[in-house]
Design a protein around this ligand. Structure first.
Ligand code: RFL
Ligand code: PHB
Length: 390
């Protein structure tokens, strides 16, 4: 079997690229380790930037997002008992974000691929790229007890942080940059009316909290927890009680609680692997970089890689122009590092760091007070939050 582009990973990155390329007549095969149900059971991102939404429309998968997603023109930063609004639209000259869950977006992409008879193999085990330095790379995997192989022009590693792609690049060819934060986020999804129609990021001495949503009847809340905590340590009652303590009292008083539909703990990490191309293997999305979720950049950064990769591939196949492929790593990384900086900054601004010395705490407080008093500082925050141009 031969395809032009073999894609490892059927998450948002892999599916979006497959769909974009298929629409341009480039043949792809997506190999996903898990079942579709499993992929669609993961609750992750909720905030999409304009550029991502445009890509969803370009792949003809944007209808439900445009109907059910919510346009958010601002969000709040809560601090010292007060909610301060960041006016994204006013500060950026008209930009906003869309609140639409990654789970729903992934479902839309799968349905789009189904409509086009796109090639996706689920439960593909032991996926392995081979001969990636050569002009004839190939992929092998197992389906049940059958060994499979596909030859490709290019292989895309879109298999997330724990995938096999990045690991198949020789160690001496890859430079990794990493910061691990000394806390995690405990997230709860509940079928309750969101406490606020716009997101609230709360800085509190007990730790960070975030009030987000998926719709007007589905809320998503997070609290900062120590890395040693497990979900068994957090009953629903304990979660709601702790969340209320970290929010301004008028917000806590209007919080509707209910049983959790999902509860999970995510550790927070900043990570970049350079370069994002080795031979004919191209890394995209979480396979190459991770951000802490505070600035809502992870999925959006994945989309920017896909944007560059898509245009580079189309230029290659339709115009015999390889400049996009040659420059992919450099171009993608320039934007990735800006998302890294922003996510690190927003995380540092709003969380409680257990090892901070008093000096650090004062600086953190000053940073926030400066932000809330300066329209120029807020404009920089807003520009990054709605997404820098591709
Ligand atoms: P994914 O989603 O991890 O998908 C990779 C896919 O590859 C499969 N896979 C393999 N397949 C074959 N063979 C192998 N060896 C394989 N190994 C893995 C996996 O099963 C999976 O299906 O990576 P992708 O596509 O690059 O997408 C990245 C996003 O998922 C991620 O960046 C975001 O979820 C991050 N994120 C957020 N991003 C935002 O832009 N806005 C947000 O509001 C936001 N909130 C979040 C987040 C991430 C969170 N967690 C759980 C860390 C909130 C949270 C809590
Ligand atoms: C979410 O709704 O899951 C969400 C929203 C904003 C973030 C992170 C996660 O910064």
């Amino acid at each position: 079997m031969k395809v032009q582009v073999g894609i490892i990973g059927g998450g948002p990155s892999g599916l979006l690229l497959a769909q974009l390329l298929n629409l341009q007549g480039v043949e792809t095969l997506v190999l996903e380790k898990h079942s579709r149900e499993h992929v669609l059971s993961r609750i992750r991102a909720g905030v999409l930037e304009h550029g991502f939404a445009e890509l969803m429309r370009e792949v003809q998968c944007g209808d439900r997002m445009d109907k059910e997603g919510e346009i958010h023109d601002g969000f709040f930063i809560a601090h010292d008992g007060i909610c301060n609004r960041i006016d994204l639209k006013g500060l950026t000259g008209g930009n906003s974000v869309i609140v639409y869950g990654q789970t729903e977006l992934t479902r839309d992409l799968y349905e789009g691929l189904d409509r086009m008879d796109g090639n996706v193999v689920h439960n593909a085990k032991d996926v392995q790229p081979h001969d990636i330095e050569s002009s004839q790379p190939y992929l092998t995997w197992r389906e049940g007890d059958k060994a499979k192989r596909v030859d490709c022009d290019y292989i895309i590693g879109a298999d997330g942080f724990h995938g096999v792609s990045r690991k198949s690049i020789p160690k001496e060819k890859l430079r990794e940059f990493e910061r691990v934060y000394p806390f995690g986020w405990l997230g709860v999804l509940s079928q309750t009316k969101p406490v606020s129609s716009e997101l609230i990021y709360a800085k509190h001495e007990r730790g960070f909290a975030l009030c987000s949503l998926r719709s007007q009847v589905l809320s998503r809340y997070y609290i900062q927890v120590p890395l040693s905590d497990t979900i068994e340590d957090w009953s629903d009652e304990a979660f709601w009680s702790e969340l209320k303590k970290r929010l301004p009292s008028d917000v806590s008083q209007s919080l509707t609680t209910g049983p959790s539909l999902e509860k999970s703990i995510a550790s927070l990490r900043s990570f970049v692997a350079e370069p994002m191309r080795y031979g004919n293997l191209f890394l995209a999305g979480d396979a190459a970089h991770i951000v802490p979720p505070t600035g809502a950049r992870g999925l959006n950064s994945a989309a920017s890689d896909i944007y560059y990769l898509y245009h580079a591939m189309v230029d290659h196949y339709q115009k015999s122009d390889d400049s996009g492929l040659m420059n992919y790593s450099e171009t993608a990384l320039a934007r990735i590092w800006k998302a890294q900086r922003f996510s690190w900054w927003m995380t540092t601004l709003l969380h409680r760091f257990p090892d901070n010395i008093p000096y650090d705490d004062r600086l953190q407080r000053t940073d926030l007070e400066y932000l809330l008093s300066s329209k120029l500082a807020q404009a920089s925050l807003a520009e990054n939050y709605v997404g820098l141009p591709f």
